[in-house]
Design a protein around this ligand. Structure first.
Ligand code: 13P
Ligand code: ZN
Length: 271
């Protein structure tokens, strides 16, 4: 770690934030065992000519990502716990470089002490999302997937099986939700974890304006300009999901924040 920071001093602050967010996710109960994963486009924090020697073999990707060619990503490891990432990032995460032709990746740092170390099994969704963000010139650099309890519970209910009904239900609980997640939450039907199918559905569900997508019976994928921004988004959305469930359990919503009030919020907060 110290060596990495001395090579890339700009990474120190962001890495500290990642460790802190990983700890919060575990404490919230949204990262049981190896649940959840993280990837961050760290190009902006590396020196012009990143001084990594590179190690390991180039490993081919199931499809080409020419838009990501040559870029560096800090990625959590497969089967690794967020709570361990918080303590020892060099053993539980790695820095990947995408090959110049976008068809392979190589580990440049991390995954120490385990020859079988692999980046997260959800790499297809992470790379698909990074490509999507770059293609649209978005400022978000973080993809954070985790298993927030109440959001997963909501994803089981028949009433919230599309982005529209899900977003409306969450926005109706308290003003903060519309302000923090003005684009609402996308919805992706169940697909096998780690699959290309799930990656495609995720990108599609983000659409033009969403910052997060709920994976049915699985968890949430959130984007952020930094890792704390992505964490806050998950925190706010799960608070809303908890309220939806509590309100349902205690007799149903009396009125909820109405459409005109949501428009007023959007105007007042410029979102
Ligand atoms: P990984 O341990 O491979 O990151 O998988 C965890 C997970 O949450 C899969 O969706
Ligand atoms: Zn998961």
């Amino acid at each position: 770690m110290d060596k990495l920071i001395s090579l890339c001093p700009g990474l120190e602050g962001p890495l500290e934030d990642m460790r802190e967010a990983a700890r919060y996710l575990w404490e919230r109960g949204w990262a049981e065992a190896n649940g959840g994963n993280l990837s961050v486009d760290i190009g902006g924090w590396l020196p012009e000519d990143a001084p990594f020697a590179g190690f390991g073999e180039w490993q081919s990707l199931p499809q080409a990502y020419p838009e990501l060619a040559g870029r560096y990503y800090l990625v959590s490891g497969s089967g690794r716990r967020f709570r361990d990432f918080a303590r020892k990032p060099e053993e539980n995460a790695c820095i990947l470089r995408i090959a110049p032709d976008g068809r392979a990746f190589r580990r440049q740092w991390g995954g120490c002490g385990d020859p079988a170390f692999r980046p997260t099994s959800e790499l297809p969704s992470h790379l698909a999302m990074h490509r999507f963000l770059r293609q649209r010139g978005k400022a978000e650099t973080v993809i954070l997937h985790t298993h927030p309890t109440e959001l997963i519970a909501l994803s089981h209910l028949a009433d919230f099986r599309d982005a529209e009904s899900l977003s409306r239900a969450l926005w109706a609980t308290m003003p903060e939700i519309k302000v923090c997640a003005p684009g609402g939450v996308g919805w992706a039907a169940y697909a096998c974890p780690g699959s290309e199918e799930l990656a495609r559905a995720t990108v599609e569900a983000f659409g033009q304006s969403r910052q997060a997508v709920l994976w049915e019976m699985h968890g949430l994928v959130a984007t952020g300009r930094d890792v704390m921004g992505a964490f806050d988004l998950i925190d706010v959305l799960n608070k809303a999901a908890k309220l939806v469930l509590l309100i349902k359990m205690t007799g149903g919503m009396h009125r909820g924040i109405r459409e005109a009030e949501l428009d007023e919020l959007a105007r007042a907060f410029g979102v």
